[in-house]
Structures are given as structure tokens and as C-alpha cells.
Write a protein that binds this ligand. Structure first.
Ligand SMILES: Nc1nc2c(ncn2[C@@H]2O[C@H](COP(=O)(O)OP(=O)(O)OP(=O)(O)O)[C@@H](O)[C@H]2O)c(=O)[nH]1
Ligand SMILES: [Mg+2]
Length: 316
């Protein structure tokens, strides 16, 4: 997949975040509850641990995620050192209202006018950092939108006289190890994409949903024999159902892909999580096995070449 997911401005954003970390008491890391680990930026942990700052890990958008998966992820993150997990949605004012207290508990040495609690909100693009900032301040101080890289620079504001909030631009990291992470991130719009990539992402999503949530596909699109369908069939089925035709009458696969992704993103398909701690573990093991296999093949080829070269020498 040829996605350009590390645009130049992100280097500058990382440098700025590293500087800001020095004057931060608590990191609020926002991730997408539908793909918490794929939407966790390893750079945030690196910067935070370097300065030994605690982390309130917010699994946001739980209104879109599978509640069972969210519960499993919350336990998973709460077991990590220095991390407190909180699953919520910015759509519920009561969820947002709990954050100041949680933050104070994590940095009890701060939070008076002479020593305000300094919070930096971090995370990948489009997870809802600025929406959270607006919700906490109960006014529209930051621009938000369902596309990556809406926020271009840091913005610092007082929540009250004892608490400072810094909103930051979404950051990604240069190398996404698991290909499926790139696809999950694109499906959830953390990475911008062109039409060609949308087709690949839609097929990936269809494949995942066929395995984990076939009943939601049936409910939304009225598919008959779902167990006979493959990923491409699902995307085609969306196009057929919606009557997406090109001028000559052929199915408009591009439009079907776009619509299918839109149905997932908006939540009309239902509450879906693209990973659980168990599926993640299985993926990582699969990936490690693949890497080991590739390395072994490479070594075998190198050995074969060396042997051939030695034989060649002997032959002359
Ligand atoms: N369904 C749902 N959507 C949300 C929630 N929180 C935020 N959003 C939506 O997610 C999209 C991205 O929100 P932003 O606040 O702009 O995200 P951001 O993390 O600041 O993104 P960048 O500035 O690009 O890094 C917007 O369309 C929000 O309305 C939530 O809890 N549930
Ligand atoms: Mg933003």
C-alpha cells in the first residue's frame, strides 16, 4: 500500500511535542476505541517515558465501538505501568465531566494557581483531541473535522485557574510495522486516502467484518448467503444494493467502496471494534512468524549463492 502517512509537518510536530513534554505534568493520550493499539502512537510513549510523565489513556468514540472489546482493552491498558485507561465518548457531557478529577488524581502534586496542572492532549490524527478540548472548555476553541490533520499547531488554554490544557496536532510515526494497522488507520480516517486506496481499505474492512460481524452486514445490506461471500463480494453487494452504476451500466466499485467506508465511519453499520487484545496478539505472532520465514528464505538464498560461487571457483 503506497500511503504517504508521515508528511513533513509531523516532524515539526514531534519536535514541538518533545519540547512541550518538559513542561507537562500529565499526558492525555487519545486513541480510537475501535482500534486502540493500532491508533496508539509509539512516539507518545517514548516521549512520555523519557520524562516519566503519567498517562490518562482515553479510549474515545466508544459510541462506535464494540462494548465487549472496549472492556477488554480498558483492562489491558490499566495493567500498564503509569497508565490509567478511561473509555468514553466526547458526545456525552457526563463522560467528559469526569476527566478533570481523573487528571488531578494522576498528578496530585500539581493543581494550585502557583503550580497549575499542565496537561498535554496527544494522539494520532482524527481521534477527537480537539473535540475533547472543546468539550472540556465547553466552547468551540479548536477547529474539528472528520479528516486527518485538522489541527496544525499546538494551542494552550486554561481550563480553570489551576489547570492548563494543550491541544496538539495529530502525529503519526514513520514506520507502521503491521500492514493491517495501516489499513485500520485508513478505514478510520486517521490517514487520508485516494480512491484507489479506498478500494483496498474497503476490501480489508469487508474481510474483517465477514469474520467478526457478519450479522451487521446482513442487517444493513440484506445479504442473503453471507457465509458464501468474500470481501470483494461484500463491497460489490453494497454497490448493487445502492444501485451504483457507471455510465455503461457497470458496477461503480469506487463509489461502493467509499459508501461502505462511510457506513463504518459514521456508525450506521453498528458498533464495531477492529481489534481486541486477543486478535492483536494473534496478528503480532503471525507477523513475527512471517518475518522469521522471510529472514530464513533470505539466508538460504545467500547461502546458495555463496555455495554456487565457491563451486564456480573450484570449477575454474
Ligand atoms: N462518533 C464519535 N465521533 C467523535 C467523537 N469524538 C470526536 N468525534 C469526531 O471525530 C472527528 C475528529 O475530531 P477532531 O477533534 O477534529 O480530531 P483530532 O484528534 O483533533 O484530529 P487532528 O486535529 O486532525 O489531529 C470529528 O468528526 C468529531 O466529530 C466521539 O466520541 N464519537
Ligand atoms: Mg485537532
Amino acid at each position: 500500500m503506497s500511503i504517504q502517512w508521515y508528511p513533513g509537518h509531523m516532524n515539526a510536530a514531534k519536535k514541538k511535542a518533545a519540547e512541550q513534554m518538559e513542561n507537562t505534568d500529565l499526558v492525555i493520550e487519545v486513541v480510537d476505541a475501535r482500534l486502540p493499539e493500532a491508533s496508539t502512537n509509539p512516539m507518545v510513549e517514548e516521549l512520555r517515558k523519557f520524562r516519566q510523565r503519567p498517562c490518562l489513556k482515553i479510549l474515545n468514540k466508544i459510541d462506535l465501538a464494540d462494548p465487549a472489546a472496549t472492556a477488554a482493552w480498558t483492562a489491558y491498558y490499566n495493567a500498564q505501568e503509569g497508565v490509567t485507561a478511561y473509555a468514553m465518548t466526547t458526545k456525552k457531557p457526563a463522560d467528559v465531566a469526569r476527566i478533570p478529577d481523573l487528571a488531578k488524581q494522576l498528578a496530585p502534586h500539581r493543581g494550585v494557581p502557583t503550580k497549575p496542572l499542565r496537561i498535554m492532549i496527544m494522539g494520532i490524527p482524527n481521534v477527537g483531541k480537539s473535540t475533547l478540548m472543546n468539550a472540556l472548555l465547553k466552547k468551540r476553541v479548536a477547529k474539528v473535522g472528520d479528516e486527518p490533520a485538522v489541527t496544525k499547531q499546538q494551542q494552550k488554554l486554561y481550563l480553570d485557574k489551576n489547570t492548563v490544557l494543550v491541544d496538539t496536532p495529530g502525529m503519526l510515526w514513520p514506520k507502521i510495522a503491521l500492514p493491517s494497522d495501516g489499513l485500520m488507520l485508513a478505514a478510520s480516517h486517521a490517514i487520508g486516502s485516494n480512491a484507489l486506496i479506498e478500494e483496498e481499505v474497503a476490501e480489508f474492512l469487508a474481510g474483517e467484518l465477514l469474520v467478526r460481524y457478519p450479522e451487521l452486514l446482513v442487517a444493513r445490506y440484506g445479504f442473503k448467503e453471507i457465509d458464501q461471500m468474500d470481501a470483494i463480494g461484500v463491497v460489490e453487494g453494497v454497490g448493487i444494493k445502492r444501485g451504483f452504476r457507471q455510465k455503461g451500466g457497470d458496477l461503480d466499485y469506487e463509489k461502493a467502496s467509499h459508501t461502505f467506508l462511510g457506513d463504518y465511519r459514521s456508525g450506521v453499520l453498528g458498533r464495531i471494534s477492529l481489534e481486541t487484545p486477543d486478535t492483536r496478539k494473534a496478528r503480532l505472532e503471525e507477523h513475527a512468524a512471517e518475518m522469521a520465514k522471510k529472514a530464513a528464505e533470505k539466508a538460504a538464498i545467500a547461502e546458495e549463492k555463496a555455495r554456487a560461487a565457491a563451486n564456480g571457483k573450484r570449477g575454474t
